[in-house]
Design a protein around this ligand. Structure first.
Ligand code: FE2
Ligand code: FE2
Length: 193
């Protein structure tokens, strides 16, 4: 079947069809926001970067035991380009897929997926509960505290930064800024001081 570039509207509809959970949707918007931000900063196809970020965990709600594999199936049914599918699946390299991130887009997605979780938790412990108040140093301060955002695997983020030849500070800064652009959608506008 012939491939067809999806539109952002189609990507969003697909997300809503497969993800009813508010937290999964917010995670998708956060990753989309960061992908758009970094894609734009690098002069890449921002819209494409955003769509791949948006649907990277598409199957997680309905097929948690077949994460990544089912996303591939669903996207193929919708005739998404193989390039997009490969990119989405490579975020789970070593966990639910054996596709190693190769392109810059894939490496960025791999590096920032877990990092968005760390930024969320950092925002939520601020009095304002706002991502607009999060700074690189507040995220760095919690890096070695294993009990803080315990589910976030720091080693994956570090591996991603290494693959990109980007420093952790820059990666954290970009992630915060990308999430700030979608603060409202991810429920982290809070009451900035
Ligand atoms: Fe995932
Ligand atoms: Fe994710």
């Amino acid at each position: 079947m012939e491939e067809k570039r999806p539109t952002p509207q189609e990507a969003l509809e697909l997300l809503h069809e497969y993800n009813e959970s508010d937290s999964l949707r917010k995670h998708a918007y956060a990753v989309e926001g960061v992908m758009r931000y970094i894609g734009r900063k690098r002069g890449e196809d921002e819209e494409k970067w955003g769509m791949i970020g948006l649907i990277h965990d598409l199957d997680y709600e309905k097929f948690p035991d077949h994460h990544c594999t089912q996303t591939g199936e669903i996207l193929r049914q919708h005739r998404w380009p193989e390039e997009y599918i490969r990119a989405a699946l490579s975020h789970g390299w070593g966990i639910c897929s054996d596709l190693m991130p190769q392109t810059t887009l894939e490496k960025v997605l791999y590096a920032i997926d877990e990092l968005t979780g760390l930024v969320v938790t950092t925002a939520l412990i601020r009095p304002s509960k706002s991502v607009l108040d999060v700074q690189v140093k507040s995220v760095k301060n919690k890096w070695k505290d294993k009990r803080f955002a315990a589910g976030v695997d720091r080693s994956v983020i570090e591996k991603g930064a290494e693959m990109l030849h980007v420093g952790l500070d820059e990666l954290i800064d970009d992630t915060i800024k990308g999430m700030q652009e979608v603060a409202e959608a991810i429920g982290l506008r809070g009451n900035p001081t």
